[in-house]
Design a protein around this ligand. Structure first.
Ligand code: NOJ
Ligand code: CA
Length: 703
């Protein structure tokens, strides 16, 4: 095992090596970043375990200091990227799990397998890591035990805490998790506020890391030496979501979403926490192809999920956001039988799988947001004949897509959830979009004693609800697309009917947002929110018209978003009459695939630009999408991903020579065909706020 000079000088003794996982004797010292107090000598720390990535580039050292506090440190190519950082908890029903620890035992494993996704950005996912388990004991407190497990991949690190069952610590009531991330090199962060009042729907900021307050995850940083790190969590189950709070300098600490009815996290041992994750790479593009979030989740627990199908859809949706019709009943009601038939005809004609209908059910009249007490999830408004419509659609191969807006009233929704999904299944409704529009981060939930309380949508109780919703839907073969969700942490691997979600500012802000989405927003999403999983962004507004303002996007960029912002369900968000105005550009939306065999990133930089190439899972076609911020750029796209020796027709939708962010210039699009092979490199000329979309269709073998 390669060990660096620093370790040699410190005289580390290697006790045991398995693959590149080594357990080290306690001999050396470093100063933990969390040692506080001026002039007080920091207690000496001893490395108790070390583990390297399979390629040997990343290394995690776990240590215990003179006061028995556990910490970890991460090095990349021998250089510290995460300085010694604290691990532990504050409990409300017992002494802290922080300090007075000694090492119980350590063990290590190595793992390498490849699994298949039922749908996704890629068909096969390799799960290759080295793992070390470190058992800690608090002799002073009745030998209480806690285990910390590190998995180190070539492109990142995941670690979590395990609470073994023990009489001394059976009920675990956590007020604070102390996990820290002390970033070693000076860094810039791309981040959005976490734990704030709005439904995870903030604009991103790019600031020095030491100006971050409290961030949502994923948060992505770039250090001065060119290392990229994206902080997030995986497998968030029955535990509060994590925000990242800067405590001082570049030292970040886990901030658990609070509970309104007790300690932040309440569990019975045995249990494990979610994984704390860091994707660590030396270029921005590599962040986007990491699979560590999915790999750290449990395999599919639903069995046969062939009923979960990727698809494209249209909906009675944008017209409400434009205030052309209403969710509420009355003369402008959007969800009428007649209007739905019009959308179903449009869907059938253009090959869309589904029609989302919002405002179909009773409860939209009055102030529903943050309230939701009047919603029925089984009773339609009288001018919406749900049975007849679902039959009408199915005859044409078009599915109604259900909508359960709760107004953040989780308690009220849970009372009807089972009946609602039963109805959906009986009508052939195979997916439902849910919504939790609430205010001040507070949704209504039911406490164990039956009383109603207002709690944070990132709290342990809300995390439980979002998953219960998905698991209940699965019983009735319904897929879920959650709006105003808890963040994605890769649970689609375990519950593949959780097909998409919102969880960031989507297209809807271009209808009524103040401000609307700035040109760099979509590329910011790619390097933050999209690292967590699929997003129902709802692209494709080819009219480039919001309610009062014009979109800050070219038409070509609206097309590129289908390839750039991954989701197995993609909406064509604009009105049918607008698609009728732009039939040539609309062709790309009809043609684009939604389920991928492979996804590659050809170039990218945080907050600036990105180009994806993705291969359709069900044909030999490739698709390319490139987007930029408010700067014009020329990006090189080598086509080496195409099959060698095959000529492809590249159907190109690109910004025209006069394309720009303002007025009619946004509609300047060139649609053309070109023959290409894998040896070609395209130069993509993107306008400010622009993009490019390409479909590659193989012609047959070249000579
Ligand atoms: C917010 C969702 O994001 C949006 O898509 C939906 O139309 C409204 N809530 C109403 O449910
Ligand atoms: Ca929303």
């Amino acid at each position: 095992m390669p060990h660096n000079r620093e370790q040699e000088l410190m005289g580390l003794r290697i006790n045991a090596c398995l693959a590149s996982v080594c357990l080290l004797a306690l001999t050396t010292a470093f100063t933990p970043a969390f040692a506080e107090g001026v002039g007080i000598a920091a207690p000496a720390s001893s490395v108790v375990a070390t583990v390297q990535s399979p390629d040997g580039q990343l290394q995690v050292d776990v240590s215990i200091d003179g006061e028995g506090r556990a910490a970890y440190e991460v090095k990349r190519k021998g250089i510290e990227v995460i300085s010694p950082s604290r691990l532990g908890f504050v409990l409300t029903n017992g002494p802290k799990l922080d300090g007075r620890f000694t090492l119980g035992s350590t063990s290590s494993t190595t793992h390498d397998d490849t699994w298949e996704q039922p749908w996704g950005e890629r068909r096969f996912v390799r799960d290759h890591y080295n793992e070390v388990r470190v058992d800690l004991v608090q002799a002073a407190y009745d030998n209480r035990r806690m285990t910390i497990v590190f998995r180190v991949f070539d492109d990142g690190v995941g670690f979590r805490y395990e609470f073994p069952d023990q009489a001394q610590l059976h009920d675990v009531k956590i007020s604070e998790e102390l996990t820290e991330f002390a970033v070693a090199d000076k860094a810039t962060a791309l981040w959005a506020l976490g734990g704030e009042l709005s439904n995870l729907e903030y604009l991103y900021k790019q600031t020095p890391l030491d100006e971050v307050s409290q961030a949502q995850t994923p948060m992505t940083i770039k250090t001065e030496d060119g290392t990229y790190i994206a902080f997030h969590e995986a497998a968030l189950v029955d535990y509060p979501a994590m925000w990242i709070r800067r405590v001082d300098g570049q030292r970040l600490r886990t901030q658990l979403a609070p509970s309104a009815i007790g300690p932040a996290a309440v569990r019975m041992a045995p249990f494990t926490t979610p994984w704390r994750t860091m994707i660590i790479t030396d270029n921005a593009s590599a962040l986007l192809t990491s699979n560590i979030e999915l790999n750290l989740n449990e395999p599919n627990k639903l069995g046969d999920v062939s009923w979960v199908k990727p698809y494209k859809y249209v909906g009675i949706w944008w017209e409400m956001h434009l205030e052309k019709s209403t969710w509420a009943s009355g003369p402008k009601h959007g969800a009428t039988t007649e209007n739905t038939k019009k959308y179903m005809d449009f869907a059938a004609k253009n090959g869309f799988h589904g029609v989302l209908v919002e405002g179909w059910n009773k409860g939209w009249d009055g102030t529903w947001y943050g309230d939701g007490k009047d919603f029925s999830f089984t009773e339609a408004y009288p001018d919406f004949d749900i049975k007849a419509l679902s039959a009408y659609g199915l005859k044409k191969g078009v599915h109604l897509i259900g909508h359960h807006e709760t107004g953040g009233n989780i308690a009220h929704y849970e009372d009807q959830m089972e009946d609602a999904f039963r109805l959906d299944e009986s009508l052939g409704i195979d997916s439902v979009k849910t919504g939790y529009v609430h205010e001040f981060g507070a949704a209504q939930m039911k406490a164990p004693d039956g009383s109603i309380f207002y709690g944070n949508t990132d709290s342990q109780q809300a995390v439980e609800h979002y998953l219960k919703n998905v698991v209940t839907a699965a019983k009735y073969h319904v897929a879920i697309d959650t709006h105003e969700p808890v963040k994605d942490t890769g649970l689609r691997r375990t519950y593949p009917n959780w097909v998409s979600r919102e969880g960031a500012r989507g297209q809807e802000y271009n209808a009524w947002g103040n401000p609307i989405n700035p040109p760099e927003h979509d590329v910011n999403l790619v390097f933050t929110r999209m690292l967590s999983g699929p997003m129902d962004y709802t692209p494709g507004v080819l009219s480039l018209e919001g309610n009062k303002k014009d979109l800050l996007s070219t038409q070509a960029k609206q097309l590129a978003l289908y390839v750039v912002l991954y989701s197995p369900i993609q909406m064509a968000a604009d009105l049918p009459e607008n698609y009728a105005k732009y039939p040539k550009a609309f062709q790309f939306i009809k043609d684009v695939a939604v389920d991928w065999d492979q996804s590659l990133v050809l170039n990218g930089e945080i907050g600036d630009y990105v180009t994806f190439a993705r291969k359709d899972r069900h044909s030999d076609k490739w698709f390319l999408g490139a987007i930029t911020d408010d700067n014009a750029r020329i990006l090189l796209a080598p086509l080496a991903f195409l099959s060698p020796g095959v000529t492809y027709t590249a159907e190109i939708y690109r910004d025209g020579p006069n394309a720009d962010l303002k007025g009619d210039a946004r509609f300047d699009i060139v649609i053309e065909k070109q023959n290409v092979t894998s040896t070609d490199t395209l130069s993509l000329k993107l306008a400010p706020g622009g993009g490019e979309a390409i479909r590659f269709v193989p012609q047959g073998k070249a000579k």
